[in-house]
Write a protein that binds this ligand. Structure first.
Ligand SMILES: Cc1cc2nc3c(=O)[nH]c(=O)nc-3n(C[C@H](O)[C@H](O)[C@H](O)COP(=O)(O)O)c2cc1C
Length: 329
């Protein structure tokens, strides 16, 4: 490989890492670190950024890292390269989640460009949706995106099942808000207005006074904890629950979690390209008994990885990321 080619590849690898940072992660912990060495990108889980109380096995951390991995893949494709991915390449180094070799590729297709354009535009939503339903053909397309990554997107079609999920979310939220360790962990990642930190959930990332949504209400995490933080919200147009959906996987190993993250991000980018935003409510999946209940009663025995609501919004929330130099080793 001549010097100009290798310089170009290294530039593409760095661009892919910059894009990776815009992946969603639990409480915006950004629980990853990257290395770029020649034509290879390494993705590692950062053990300091794992949530020891709510995510002791690192399941949610790995999902976030999987989403980051998907951003790497799409960015490289959009730049005309072929990502050669090895997941968990070294059993002796469990924190090394994946390596991606930057190989020569071809001109990106329309779909890759479409997904790539959404990477830094997509935002997590934390309140109700407008009454506009997500069109069925779009739901089918989102299901296909998740299936292409080996997962399953299961829209909840009955009111009764959506009510059960909402009730479990409320129960988990209530239990966690009474648990000192859960509260302390959340506090560590909730940022007050004006904070200069580039990680955690900013005060402009959620409504000050989340309204109840209809027909079901899904409890939000309490990032403000009694402070007057958060954005004013136009309640008239954002009171719908939206489409409730689960993302599930057949297995429940670390590989499945990483793949679930890739599937999640692929679906989120596709949704974002068509104006659909997504809210997450994963509290119940942090409580093993409730997660098991959801698995057996609502997921046909598959393992629930994410609980979400999808819909159209008029307001955008804010988010932020650390600088690439903070995550590049
Ligand atoms: C595994 C996982 C679980 C999440 N659970 C929740 C949740 O329960 N409630 C919530 O408001 N956001 C949740 N999020 C979204 C993150 O808070 C969000 O991605 C992060 O704050 C960065 O913001 P952004 O997605 O707008 O860029 C979750 C994200 C991931 C990857």
């Amino acid at each position: 490989m001549n010097t100009r080619t290798s310089e170009r590849i290294e530039r593409a690898a760095k661009a892919a890492v910059e894009a990776a940072l815009w992946a969603p992660s639990i409480h915006n912990t950004q629980p990853w670190s990257f290395g770029v060495c020649g034509d290879e990108i390494c993705l590692r889980a950062d053990p300091e950024r794992k949530l020891r109380i709510s995510d002791p096995a690192g399941r949610q951390q790995t999902i976030g890292c999987g989403a980051a991995l998907f951003n790497v893949r799409v960015t490289l494709r959009a730049l005309g390269y072929e990502p050669e991915v090895r997941r968990f390449p070294d059993p002796e180094r469990p924190l090394l989640l994946a390596t991606v070799r930057v190989r020569p590729g071809r001109e990106p297709g329309e779909h890759v460009r479409l997904l790539n354009a959404e990477i830094d535009r997509r935002r997590t939503h934390r309140s109700g949706f407008t009454a506009l339903p997500v069109p069925d053909p779009l739901i089918d397309a989102l299901e296909a995106e998740v299936a292409a990554e080996g997962g399953r997107l299961a829209p909840i079609r009955t009111d009764a099942s959506a009510r059960v999920l909402a009730a479990l979310t409320a129960a988990a939220q209530e239990v966690q808000s009474q648990d000192r360790l859960f509260v302390l962990e959340l506090t560590r990642w909730a940022r007050p207005p004006g904070s200069s930190r580039r990680d955690g959930v900013p005060a402009a990332g959620y409504p000050a006074d989340p309204r109840r949504t209809h027909p079901q209400h899904f409890a939000q995490r309490d990032y403000a904890r009694g402070h007057e933080w958060g954005l004013a919200q136009d309640e008239r147009v954002s009171a719908s629950t939206g489409l409730v959906a689960l993302l599930t996987t057949a297995g429940d190993l670390r590989e499945d979690w990483l793949r679930a993250g890739e599937a999640l991000q692929r679906m989120l980018l596709h949704a974002s390209a068509y104006g659909v935003s997504v809210a997450f409510h994963t509290q119940a999946l942090e409580m093993p008994e409730l997660r098991e209940f959801i698995r057996t009663h609502l997921c046909s025995g598959e393992h629930p990885q994410m609980i979400m609501r999808l819909g159209f919004v008029i307001d955008e929330s804010e988010s932020m990321r650390r600088a690439p130099s903070d995550v590049l080793e």
